[in-house]
Design a binder for this molecule. Sequence first.
Ligand SMILES: Cc1ncc(COP(=O)(O)O)c(C=O)c1O
Length: 436
Amino acid sequence: MEAELSPSVLGITMPENLAVGLMIAEHRARCASRGCDFEYAAFALGQSPFPVPDVVAAALREAASHGEYVPTLGIRPLLEQLPGFWARHFGMQRTADDFVVVPGAKAGIHLLLSMLRGPLLIPTPAWVGYGPLATLVGKAVERLPTDQAVGYKLDPERLESHLRAASPGQRLLILNSPNNPTGAVYTREELAAIAAVCRRNGVLVISDEIYALSTYDPTQFVSMAAVYPEGTFVVSGLSKFAAAGGYRLGLVVLPSECSADHRQIFQKVGAATYSNVTTLVQFAAIPAFADSPVMVEYLADTRSLHALMARELQRRLRAVPGARICTPDGGFYFMLDLNDVAPRAAARGLESSGEVAAALLGHPIHVALLAGEATELPAEDLSFRVAFVDYDGAAAMRRYRAERPAGPVAEAQFVEAAAPRMTEGVERLSRWIEAL
Ligand SMILES: Cc1ncc(COP(=O)(O)O)c(C=O)c1O
């Protein structure tokens, strides 16, 4: 018997980054059959290349015998680590009861979208995950395009004029800083201007701060909750800063004026769906949030390596005529804009970012980029997300600790040695653009 599916599920598309993974597998099989041994330069997938911190992996092993159910909102020893962590890294004063442990940042956003009324405002370009989550919970989406000229940051005036023209009622705004796909980090002033508009118009913010700890200059990161404490739900977690996406441990930080009722709703919805985040993973997460010299060193080195990789790849791409790039201030991504070569691409029948991305993936270039259209840019905008994490993070970290490179020449040599697939990929990409 054919099962009938609910309409919200039928509307879901496969996130483009995962679709690219499948396309790479197909190309690899095809190329192998014709003896092509090209290595793929995987600039499309974004996950931390580093090993899970030793203290976290060891805590996971030790927690293996914890098979018991635990409270839905999170285990107490983990919740009690979090206020100290938020104070040290973000200068914010929170209590253990302001936090909810959830099965990953994505699940945290899903929970919030299911619990909070109103349409979702998404500034674009945007992370590939927001659209499908909104579809899944049947939420209307209103998109707010941003301009490359201002680093793809949401313009508060555009937000205000959108709200003025919109139907009345509560709305949710998803804000992501540092941003995937652009690498943009909002300043305190920029956040305060957006907060003022939100406050005036009854807009709640879901602030996706999953990349906060990879802001290259950590003093530059400001949480939306610092300027809009009463209306911001922060989403965070282990996935990016502790290279532990597969652990599935995220956090929601509740607004300062969140009532006990809201906490209870979280408890009820969590209890009704997943009971609790995997108990042993919660125990493993405790040392990730603890104030220890090993975590301080791990965070400083991973952040520096992300910044170094971004700088060096950008230096190389800037030398390519027709390539424009936006400098990231945090995270693992930046945008590459090839619109200057659009007429030459069109002459070869490539008229959308998806078509260009497919051509780059094919033989003999084998470079995987995420097409701008997957990040909700118009298809004809030839912009692409470059993820710069395709290297052996453990080896790079050892090398970095042994010989911290200083200056452009040493950095170029370091990246050449530590991330050869990426430098080779940029080389092939550059040749392709020049030969268009
Ligand atoms: C902007 C953004 N938010 C959320 C997530 C999801 O994080 P998690 O793996 O904790 O669900 C990702 C993962 O790629 C992301 O890039």
